[in-house]
Design a binder for this molecule. Structure first.
Ligand SMILES: NC(=O)c1ccc[n+]([C@@H]2O[C@H](COP(=O)([O-])OP(=O)(O)OC[C@H]3O[C@@H](n4cnc5c(N)ncnc54)[C@H](OP(=O)(O)O)[C@@H]3O)[C@@H](O)[C@H]2O)c1
Length: 293
């Protein structure tokens, strides 16, 4: 297939490399002006891919968008005129809230949402390291997207394990809940995920998760608060040495994805008239840090 990767950072370069290896014709859309970019994954051979080629983008069967959430709508608006209405758009990022805007911008395109637990790190512009194997979930965000389940086989063949989720929003909300718990706390206090086992953080996690589960229940997802807290703690243990993406964004003075994580939760809480003071305080604390730069 012809596959475009829009935003070939760490996770996008990882997929670009695996999809190329699987035999697909991959092109990139990046901020780099070069007509071709090189990607080397781990110790494997370098791959040279077309970059910012409007014809290749237009002919893409699949457009995998691996931008961070705050950039998605800006970048897709700028390139919408080069996107064929049959191209399948796949959004793969942390947080929620971009699908509505993309559906409005490209109403005829099949739209899929993806979430992945693979780990990728880009030590330089041309290198990507596959730092952890994980799973990828894929699901439809509009009726045209429902017809694209076959993409699971395409993606699975390139980088397993990929599964189809008939209610991708449920999976994304669970991921959002985990992100709401771990990301702001680790970002504000600049600590590893593992530090959150300390008793003073555990109390805060309980408060955050209580509010998140109220909102999720109001959104129609049956969620048990104790089970959710257990899930959060399982992730904390499994990733104890890791710094969350929000911790890293704040450490490097980059705009974080807080608006699409805690911000998205707060919008939903407000729609359902639910008070969420703990999450509100975390949201404001992260915003205050960002505004201080
Ligand atoms: N990395 C992981 O292990 C991992 C795992 C799971 C989920 N995720 C999620 O995946 C998403 C992407 O993460 P990432 O780690 O891959 O981030 P990243 O390395 O920063 O990748 C984002 C890419 O988007 C590019 N970009 C920004 N503005 C652009 C524009 N106007 N036009 C074209 N490209 C543009 C950036 O370009 P520059 O290179 O020029 O800055 C960068 O290459 C995030 O939501 C993250 O939370 C990441």
């Amino acid at each position: 297939m012809n596959i475009a990767i829009v935003g070939p950072g760490a996770i996008g370069s990882l997929w670009a490399s695996y999809l190329t290896e699987a035999g697909h014709q991959v092109n990139l859309w990046s901020r780099q002006p070069a007509a071709k970019l090189t990607i080397q994954r781990d110790q494997y051979a370098q791959q040279s891919l077309l970059n910012n080629n409007t014809q290749a983008l237009q002919q893409s069967d699949v457009i995998l968008v691996t931008l961070k959430a705050p950039s998605v709508l800006t970048v897709l608006s700028a390139i919408a005129k080069h996107i064929d209405q049959d191209s399948i758009i796949v959004l793969m990022h942390n947080g929620m809230g971009t699908a509505e805007g993309v559906n409005a911008l490209l109403p005829n395109n099949p739209l899929l949402l993806a979430t992945t637990t693979h780990g990728a790190y880009r030590p330089s512009m041309t290198q990507v390291l596959h730092t952890g194997y994980g799973q990828t979930l894929l699901g439809a965000a509009n009726s045209q997207g429902e017809l694209c389940q076959f993409l699971v086989d395409v993606f699975n063949h390139a980088l397993s394990d990929v599964t189809w989720h008939s209610n991708i929003n449920q999976a994304l909300w669970t991921k959002l809940a985990i992100n709401c718990a771990i990301n702001p706390l680790t970002a504000i206090h600049q600590v590893t995920n593992g530090e959150l086992v300390q008793p003073h953080y555990q109390q805060q996690l309980q408060n955050i998760v209580n509010e998140v589960s109220l909102v999720m229940n109001a959104e129609g997802f049956e969620i048990d608060v104790n089970h959710l807290l257990q899930t959060v703690n399982n992730v904390i243990h499994a990733t104890s040495n890791n710094y969350s993406s929000m911790e890293q964004d704040i450490a490097h003075q980059r705009r974080s994805e807080i608006d699409f994580i805690t911000g998205y939760l707060l919008e939903s809480a407000s729609r359902h008239n639910i008070d969420a003071p703990y999450n509100q305080a975390l949201y404001q604390a992260v915003k205050k840090i960002e505004q201080s730069w």
